[in-house]
Design a protein around this ligand. Sequence first.
Ligand SMILES: Cc1cc2nc3c(=O)[nH]c(=O)nc-3n(C[C@H](O)[C@H](O)[C@H](O)COP(=O)(O)OP(=O)(O)OC[C@H]3O[C@@H](n4cnc5c(N)ncnc54)[C@H](O)[C@@H]3O)c2cc1C
Ligand code: SF4
Length: 509
Amino acid sequence: MSKEIKRPLSNKERINLPHQIMPLRQAWERVNNFAEVPLGYSDEQAVAEAQRCLQCRKPHCVEACPVGIDIPGFIKLIEQGDPAAAASKIRETNFLPAACGRVCPQDKQCQAVCVVGRKNLPVGIGSLERYAADYEREHHTLTPPAIAPSTGKRVAIIGSGPAGLSAAYELRVKGHEVVVFEAFHRAGGVMVYGIPRFRLPLEIIDEDIAYLESLGVQFVYNMVIGNILTLDDLLEQEGFDAVFIGTGAGLPNMLTIPGTNANGVYSANEYLTRINLMEADKFPEYSTPLFQGKKVAVIGAGNTAMDVLRTAKRLGSEVTCYYRRSENEAPARSEELEHAKEEFINWRWLSNPVEFIVDENNFVKQIKCEKMVLSEPDESGRRSPQPTGEFFVEDCDTVVMSLGCSVNPIIPSTDKEVRINKWGVIMVDVETCQTSKKGVFAGGDAITGGSTVILAMGQAKTAAAAIDKYLRGELREDPRVPTDPNFYVKDWQLNNGHAKNGKQKKVTA
Ligand SMILES: Cc1cc2nc3c(=O)[nH]c(=O)nc-3n(C[C@H](O)[C@H](O)[C@H](O)COP(=O)(O)OP(=O)(O)OC[C@H]3O[C@@H](n4cnc5c(N)ncnc54)[C@H](O)[C@@H]3O)c2cc1C
Ligand code: SF4
């Protein structure tokens, strides 16, 4: 690739350069398979997009990134024709660049505050991150970090989602022995069991796991901490000096309406896990079955709902989304909603399910909904759905509820020293991610409820830095863990303000 830039561009010229649109597979083609939908930038597109960055002296984009990536720094390197160096720059603060370049909600974080966005479309930071990370993968340019001399300390990481993996990386680089305990037979958390292949190919996560293993991190699979070993077992019998809990929020919220327990009614987590992790769509080649519905009703309109809708479509079903608010209030990222809309999904906005009607064998056969209208905006500007008393019924043979998730309860329920709030979220000292149990730290969805990959990683980095201090005897002894059971992490400003635009919200469907 040429490293020549013809002449310096003025800021005015940069602002007026057109945004480079990443090519996508055509909808009619992509609904037939699980191949990745966006195809990535070409070298020329990446340089052209990088030229749009003004290299701000006080870059708001960096402040809005939960892990503080040097965004202008890596974009400059792409502009100079050096994507390998750009990838190294991203890796200084982000251990999962290929995943984050694909799934981070940049439109709500770094790109939302990009100054170019005031006059034109913001710089495509996520697409450029993906480009650099893919270049590194395809050209094998990754240089492993220097591992500090062994400290002789051992850390147990519970859960191998983005929080657990980031904590493992940070702690291993600092010279600690790290063992990751994972309940499933495969590492990656939601990135492998929730997010479908057409958004995040499995091999990307597998490469990240292999990389961690090459650095000396050990993985123990099929190990449910809390059931098989407790926190005390890890600290007292197994010889660990500290523990990080990154067990996520995998407990699905369900509607409590007639028919919820019928055959054919799934939570989004179960539906996606069966397909993504257990390969149920290939039954009987793989042992987990999945009832292959002809008409699938998906309840909710968040990112997870978009994943379910698009997955069910790829399995050949007719798919309909039911949501009690209007499209304007749909919590899904605009890009995910657009992709789903292109893929021949049916939409029932302002439709609140009130019953799943079953046949004589208790299989769901229809969905009954009440039509809703939106109220005037309240003080917060939010319009709430109001019932109209009008109902409609439609046929379906599968229902998938995608109504958010709560924190996995196994560990707090088996160790009462780990304090939780009234929603079951693990309480931590926000500056150190220490829990109320000595030597135990937590991060990711376990301390926020369902959130994002990058926020989970940001908290894991905070926790890892504190664990390192703890192991060196440099951490304060009195963690400030909230005691008010109503305290919710959404009120906190995590990561010293880095998460300004990704502030946690409790998921409401
Ligand atoms: C379908 C879906 C799509 C999503 N899409 C996006 C997206 O596009 N962009 C984005 O940023 N975020 C997305 N998210 C949210 C994001 O994936 C999560 O916020 C993130 O994965 C949280 O990371 P985590 O490490 O805290 O937990 P998780 O990723 O949930 O990982 C937790 C891990 O802990 C394991 N575990 C749980 N309990 C135990 C135990 N007792 N012992 C051992 N192991 C245990 C679990 O098996 C799991 O592997 C999505 C979520 C879902 C469900
Ligand atoms: S805010 Fe936009 S223009 Fe400024 S450095 Fe960040 S990406 Fe570049």
